[in-house]
Design a protein around this ligand. Structure first.
Ligand code: HEM
Length: 233
């Protein structure tokens, strides 16, 4: 009877862990969509000040009007972002805590050295990303840290003035490289968690993860590179 209760408890804990991992995978996939959208939007810097500022104002004003009343889409989007980031961090912490506890009681499935390295890398890049995202929001959303631009600068002026400073370029090179490393493994991991990797799709999925991470890196870093080298000004 007692053995039965222990077995039921373990099965329930296992089911909960799988569910939480799926939450991590789905919130992560949502965040990847955001990254692709954001990086694509930033490419408007190549078209010019008018196009970029118009896009930035559209997001905060008429975006998806009349489906959303003017000015509300950005708040729906922000609420979704806070929820996705919150769920992602919580589920990462929960999975880490559970596997640590399981290791202590020695009923964990032993991870390969590669998996253990990947899990540690995801944790380290994840924590560093939290700090860099906070820096990014303080810089461009709340304008608390003004990196070479005036308080009333337009979005275009903000970005240009920032990347004209070599240290900002370096910070973003590190930031975007960490995003790329995190997404590269996370994307693949999410597909595995969701059970979407089959024997015949494994290679395709691995390639897809690498390509998505690579596209994110190139799309984000192109504008800073062209600003830092004076091509866009
Ligand atoms: C070169 C790379 C990047 C540039 C030039 C850039 C530029 C910007 C700008 C200008 C804004 C403010 C938009 C506005 O309020 O008008 C912004 C907002 C934001 N960025 Fe980035 N970004 C970059 C990379 C990233 C990365 C890698 C992430 C996430 C990992 C990120 C996440 C965000 C978020 C969450 C917001 C807040 C959106 C809001 O206002 O609610 N950005 N970015």
């Amino acid at each position: 009877m007692a053995t039965n209760t222990v077995a039921i408890k373990r099965r329930r804990a296992w089911t909960t862990t799988v569910f939480i991992k799926q939450l991590m995978a789905l919130s992560g996939l949502f965040l990847v969509l955001f990254l692709l959208f954001h990086a694509y939007g930033n490419l408007k810097l190549f078209i010019g000040a008018e196009a970029y500022d118009h896009y930035a104002h559209w997001l905060k004003g008429e975006a998806f009007y009349p489906i959303f009343p003017k000015g509300t889409f950005i708040w729906v989007f922000r609420a979704l972002m806070v929820a996705a980031i919150g769920i992602h961090i919580f589920s990462a912490f929960y999975t880490w805590y559970k596997s640590k506890k399981a290791r202590k009681h020695q009923y964990a499935v032993k991870k390969s050295a590669v998996d253990a390295y990947a899990a540690r890398t995801m944790r380290i890049t994840g924590v560093l990303l939290i700090f860099l995202i906070v820096f990014h929001l303080l810089q461009f959303t709340t304008l608390t840290i003004r990196t070479g631009f005036a308080a009333d600068a337009s979005p275009y002026e903000m970005v240009i003035a920032s990347f004209q400073q070599p240290w900002i370029f370096v910070v973003y090179l590190i930031f975007v490289s960490l995003v790329t490393a995190h997404v590269g493994h996370g994307f693949w991991s999410a597909f595995q968690t969701m059970g979407w990797v089959r024997k015949n799709t494994r290679t395709f999925m691995l390639w897809l993860s690498g390509i998505v991470a690579g596209v994110i890196f190139v799309m984000f870093m192109l504008p800073p590179l062209f600003i830092a080298t004076g091509v866009i000004h």
